[in-house]
Design a protein around this ligand. Structure first.
Ligand code: CP
Ligand code: NVA
Length: 303
């Protein structure tokens, strides 16, 4: 049984094949040749946290693959009243063919995977956000072709997005330069492992250093979902980490800017950059649809 809880669940070849397949599915969208591998199947999509892109892109992806999406928001299930994930998983496994879930604790995803007997996809946890990174890599490939030798800069919080980018760098041949403030560094154990395994990952506290010569400049909110009470303290700690025109000036002149959205203009990114000609954020958001179709299709095939 394959799951997609982490980018490390797939090999280098599989990740590249997923992105290639997503590009193919993008070109087939709306044609009679678009596949319907989920025909007659149902997929539960569980949300412990809010979502716009993930919710809608999964719902549309499942529908266009011929399946029935069941969107289960925070208060729709007994999970919100304390039913153990182990029980929920075993029950859902009797009804649906795949499960997609956005959770606080990453362990909840692991329980869903262990107990449901169905393929489970991580639609974001406090630890990681692999679906987003697949769409980001597709966007980079669409603009620049093969990833070999490209420098990608991550400026901001060492959060779930940064975690998944480090995992991506462990599988794919790009350089990842992270700039995070002291106290907001990415997971040390993962970083050490990535370096031991030869991933080209560097970490600095100086945003301009990470952005220098980068082909892609990426950021995300300073306070993630669940960290709302830390927002003021984080705004202070992240002073100087805004992706603005001056920082973008350090990057390669051909650089694109990525942000998984939702964005806070004037905090982690300036309005000028987000709305500017180098911003690829809406292509990036669209590509969630295509990459998730490729994931659902692969998990269905290998279930
Ligand atoms: N980027 C992303 O996952 O957005 P949502 O929180 O809207 O799903
Ligand atoms: N790091 C953000 C990503 C949102 C898509 C969060 O977890 O809230």
């Amino acid at each position: 049984m394959r799951h997609f809880l982490s980018l490390l669940d797939f090999s280098t070849d599989e990740l590249l094949a997923l992105v290639a397949r997503a590009r193919e599915l993008k070109s087939l969208r709306g044609t009679a040749a678009h596949p319907r591998p989920l025909s007659g199947q149902s997929v539960a999509v569980i949300f412990e946290k809010p979502s716009t892109r993930t919710r809608v892109s999964f719902e549309v992806a499942i529908h266009e693959l011929g399946g029935q999406p069941l969107i289960l928001s925070k208060n729709d299930t007994q999970l919100s009243r304390g039913e153990p994930a182990e029980d929920t998983a075993r029950v859902l496994g009797r009804y649906v063919h795949q499960i997609v879930a956005r959770t606080y604790a990453h362990e909840t995803l692991e329980k869903l995977a262990r107990f449901s007997g169905r393929p489970v996809t991580n639609a974001l946890s406090d630890r990681s956000h692999p679906c987003q990174i697949l769409a980001d890599l597709m966007t980079v490939q669409e603009r620049f072709g093969p990833l070999e030798g490209l420098k990608l800069a991550w400026v901001g919080d060492g959060n779930n997005m940064a975690y998944s980018f480090i995992e991506a760098a462990m599988r794919l041949p790009f350089d990842l330069a992270l700039a995070c403030p002291e106290g907001y560094r990415p997971d040390e154990a993962l970083l050490d492992r990535a370096k031991r395994e030869g991933a080209r990952v560097t970490l600095t506290t100086v945003p301009a250093e990470a952005a220098k010569g980068a082909r892609v400049v990426m950021t995300d909110v300073f306070a993630s979902m669940g960290q709302e009470s830390e927002a003021a303290r984080r705004r202070e700690a992240f002073r100087g980490f805004t992706v603005d025109q001056a920082l973008l000036g350090e990057a390669d002149p051909r650089a694109i800017v990525l942000h998984c959205l939702p964005a806070h203009r004037g905090e982690e990114i300036s309005a000028e950059v987000l709305e500017g000609p180098q911003s690829a954020v809406f292509d990036q958001a669209e590509n969630r649809l295509h990459t998730q179709k490729a994931v659902l299709e692969l998990l269905q095939r290998e279930a």
